[in-house]
Design a protein around this ligand. Structure first.
Ligand code: SF4
Ligand code: SF4
Length: 341
């Protein structure tokens, strides 16, 4: 697998990273095997987060016995203050079974309030700087779902890497953030390269992303076949075709501006509604077989009928989606589709 320079960090990382969210859903043994097989395919870059349940622990199990210098490990802390940051970092090191983290990211800096808390005296950024000095962290990074905040933080010069959602539907980063990362020589991790599972065409997704030679997508992987397919696409290095571009335009029109990015930051919902699944009803029904759509979407739609329109979820949605209204639209679409069967 081709290695690329990860910006000013100088780290040489595989052209694609392993994202650590879906391994939360599989057993520890399966996860360790998946991590080992992924590494054997030439992937040396693993990205996870403190808050992804037991993901760090499972990755730690998978990398046991692999020389530390052969791997580039990135994880994230959701802390705002230094004390919590230090606790998160020590726990990340313990769970991963390593002495240092290559890239430690402040997780999802999505509001000015949070940003200000992080940079205040005694804030998480102070902890991150001290961790770099102590050798526990090699390079400071951050992730965000807000382009405005991310661009501001990139320009601050305080970070060596940035992580933003980027795929052919969620492509706002390509206007300013991606060229800026190149100009500032920052590492760029493309979060949700397949729309968090919504985009089912790996070939199209990765051909689109591979146009940018300085970004590293980190697909979340649950089965080894998935990463084998992605590695095959990356290694073939095939270019985006004219028909790909037409297909992308078609998909962008289909998803429209108020599509749910499946980040799940809107949770928890007091009615236990799986919001992102329910909001994805229309696209899932167009893209999957009726049986699969029914089993995936049906239970979420039934729960969505209990929405209280309390608006709690909207205060946490980084994309300002009008969730109760969109849920109503999803329910109506679902009901009409059932009637037409
Ligand atoms: S508005 Fe509906 S979906 Fe959102 S938190 Fe309230 S009950 Fe849940
Ligand atoms: S509704 Fe908003 S917060 Fe919830 S998953 Fe979708 S984009 Fe994310």
């Amino acid at each position: 697998m081709e290695k690329v320079r990860f910006g000013k960090t100088g780290l040489m990382v595989s052209k694609v990273a392993l994202g650590g969210i879906p391994i939360m859903r599989i057993s520890k043994t399966e996860a360790a095997k998946l991590v080992q097989e992924t590494i054997s395919l030439g992937i040396n870059f693993i990205d996870t987060a403190h808050v992804y349940a037991d993901s760090e622990e499972k990755i730690g199990e998978g990398i046991k016995g692999i020389p530390r210098e052969d791997l580039v490990i990135a994880t994230k802390s959701p802390a705002n203050d230094k004390i919590t940051f230090n606790e998160n970092l020590d726990l990340s090191l313990k769970r991963l079974g390593v002495d240092y983290i290559d890239i430690y990211q402040l997780h999802n800096i999505g509001s000015e309030k949070r940003r200000d808390a992080i940079f205040a005296p005694g804030g998480a950024y102070e902890g991150l700087q001290e961790a770099v000095k102590a050798g526990k962290v090699r390079f400071p990074g951050f992730s965000s779902h807000s382009l405005v905040i991310a661009i501001d933080l990139m320009k601050s010069g305080k970070f060596a890497s940035v992580q933003l959602p980027f795929n052919y539907i969620d492509h706002d980063a390509e206007k300013e953030a991606i060229p800026l990362a190149k100009k500032l020589d920052m590492g760029f991790i493309a979060m949700k390269p397949m729309g968090g599972g919504l985009l089912d065409k790996a070939e199209l997704s990765f051909r689109y992303l591979l146009q940018y030679d300085h970004i590293v997508p980190d697909p979340g992987i649950e089965r080894i076949e998935e990463i084998r397919e992605i590695v095959g696409i990356v290694e073939r290095k095939s270019a985006l075709t004219e028909s790909d571009k037409i297909e992308i335009e078609k998909m962008r029109t289909e998803f429209g501006p108020s599509w749910c990015h499946r980040c799940n930051y809107c949770q928890p919902c007091p009615q236990d509604i799986p919001i992102s699944t329910a909001l994805g009803a229309k696209s899932s029904m167009k893209r999957f077989s009726i049986e699969r759509a029914r089993s995936m979407i049906g239970p979420a739609i039934e729960k969505a009928r209990n929405c209280l329109a309390c608006g709690d979820c909207m205060t946490r949605c980084p994309y300002d989606l009008q969730i109760p209204e969109l849920l109503k639209e999803s329910i109506a679409y679902w009901d009409s589709a059932q009637l037409s069967k």
